[in-house]
Ligand binder design. Structure first.
Ligand code: ADP
Ligand code: MG
Length: 520
């Protein structure tokens, strides 16, 4: 590799390739030996809904790139949603701290650096942690995404679809996981036998397997993510109180390692919801929302064909609603080809090749770039931190020339915003009252409990009547005998409301135990 990989002619082509007039997100400056402050590398703002990929090994600058993109979007009035896996994105809320090295880097790429924080709102899944709780109803989440988090196979997945269908038709609202549990238990109980048969295509054994997975899922603490009030995804489309900047919504996911599938599936659900509620906007000057999908490999790992199809379809269609998605992963091979093909802009940080598999991935990555003057396999392995190989979708929708880029410096803080500042922001948020409150509702579990109680009462009444009749007859035939005092059966405690989820767990375990001989 020479010190300056590009000829003057190649530099001229790149300069022209990024010289569009339309408003743009500034990524940084071309590197040709040294950074060239007069050759800026940018993404047209109007193309931010054509999706993108930020990839690179750990510590190569992905999160800073994300921060850089997000804060400029906010400044341009575009709301941003991002999952903040380790809390390292929260710095976006606070102004950055200047230093000589930082200012030198900024000036080398032609950036006038001013410490600026972005208006930020914090969210959490189900309210675990510091943030506005994001919840979904089981019904809203749907059988396909739920199958993904439960790890169901194709047969079980379609069975779960039938169960949802049944619940809908039987007027049993699936709100929390306990509602689904109650419906499954009902279907494999004596009372539900006829309904199960009537459904067709749904075996008792499969229903029990789903129930078992569901109980395991609840045991991991997943109950809190499902319920009401469900988040209204339009919440993420707000501008800041200043009426100008787009709001940055950060979803805190500190314990994602425990529940990777739940986390990634939830993000997918959010995208589907956005797709469902947003109007068509066609090609606009700027997107309605840009969604950053960090640790995106979690979404695709072990996904079923149907699930992948959903992801691919959502990615393809959502851009007409003005929503851009940026996937952030270690290597592009984490993203299926069908999805990768739809990502218009790419910021590829250093790729490491430790294994033959890595080497193959590198080769594959290189082959997906437009022809360029670079020896990309070589450059990609040697990029310094905070530099990347970039190609974007230009204002005409064509790929821009491949450019080795030194990224700008985020104007917000490189270190996380303090927990105190985050907690203060959350308690001051008007959203807290809206989404952090109990919602009284009657759902499947309550309805089934009521029906069960009514059936029990009816059975008891019938039994009592029978006994009374027997006694009367006995009295008649044995007029002079000694009458024994009547002994009442003690009333069974009745299940009411959603007060004791543990009890239905125990019942579920007993049923599963009966069917399988043991419980997990
Ligand atoms: N654009 C940048 N400007 C200044 N420093 C950067 C930039 N990108 C990365 N760095 C430095 O590299 C470190 C690691 O970057 P980070 O984005 O956290 O990596 P990754 O997310 O890929 O693990 C940062 O803490 C910062 O010191
Ligand atoms: Mg990171």
């Amino acid at each position: 590799m020479t010190d300056r990989p590009l000829t003057d002619g190649a530099v001229t082509v790149i300069r022209a390739g990024y010289g569009f007039d339309a408003p743009a997100i500034e990524l940084g400056a071309l590197v040709n030996g040294a950074a060239m402050a007069d050759v800026p590398i940018r993404i047209p703002l109007a193309m931010m809904n054509r999706h993108g990929l930020v990839a690179g090994a750990t510590g190569t600058g992905k999160t800073k790139t994300l921060q850089l993109l997000a804060e400029q979007l906010s400044t341009a009035g575009v709301p941003v949603f991002a999952a903040d896996i380790k809390g390292d994105l929260s710095g976006i809320a606070s102004p950055g701290v200047s230093s000589a090295a930082l200012l030198e880097r900024a000036s080398s790429v032609g950036q006038h650096w001013t410490a600026t924080g972005s208006p930020t709102e914090y969210f959490t899944l189900g309210g675990l942690g510091t943030g506005i709780p994001i919840r979904a109803t089981v019904r809203g989440f749907g059988p396909l995404l739920l199958s993904k988090v439960l790890g169901l196979n194709a047969t079980q997945e379609s069975s779960l679809g039938l169960v949802f269908h049944y619940a809908e038709a039987a007027g049993l609202p699936l709100v929390g996981l306990d509602d689904l549990r109650a419906v499954l238990m009902h279907l494999i109980s004596e009372q539900g036998k006829a309904e199960l048969t009537e459904l067709g295509g749904l075996s008792r054994a499969t229903t029990a397997v789903i129930l078992r997975e569901l109980v395991g899922f609840s045991d991991q603490g997943a109950d809190v993510f499902f319920g009401e009030p469900a988040i209204d995804v339009r919440t993420f489309l707000r501008t800041a109180p200043d009426g100008v900047r787009g709001m940055v919504s950060l979803l805190e996911v500190p314990s994602v390692q425990d529940k990777p599938e739940l986390f990634s599936t939830f993000l997918m659900w959010l995208l589907r919801e956005l797709y469902a509620v947003l109007p068509e906007v066609g090609d606009a000057d700027k997107p309605e929302l840009v969604f950053f999908f960090d640790e995106a490999h979690l979404l695709f790992a072990g996904a079923s064909k149907d699930f992948l199809q959903i992801v691919t379809q959502t990615v393809r269609l959502i851009r007409s609603k003005g929503v851009g998605i940026f996937f952030v992963t270690q290597t592009p091979k984490d993203v299926p080809g069908d999805v990768l093909a739809q990502l218009g802009s790419r910021v590829q940080h250093q790729l490491r090749t430790h294994t033959p598999d890595d080497a193959r991935a590198l080769k594959a990555t290189v082959s997906t770039y437009p022809v360029s003057a670079y020896d990309l396999a070589q450059v990609l392995q040697n990029l310094p931190t905070g530099e990347a190989i970039v190609t974007v979708m230009n204002e005409k929708g064509a790929p821009s020339p491949v450019a080795w880029t030194r990224m700008r410096v985020p104007q917000s803080s490189m270190s996380p915003t303090s927990p105190d500042a985050r907690a203060a922001a959350v308690s001051a948020s008007p959203l807290l009252a809206e989404f952090d409150r109990p919602v009284p509702s009657t759902s499947a579990r309550d309805i089934l409990a009521q029906r069960e109680a009514a059936a029990e009462a009816a059975a008891r009444a019938a039994a009592d009547q029978g006994a009374e009749k027997g006694r009367t007859e006995k009295r008649r035939t044995d007029e002079r005998g000694t009458e024994k005092p009547r002994t009442e059966k003690p009333e069974r405690p009745r299940r009411t409301g959603r007060a004791s989820p543990r009890r239905s767990d125990t019942i579920a375990r007993r049923i599963i135990g009966k069917l399988f001989g043991s419980t997990r």
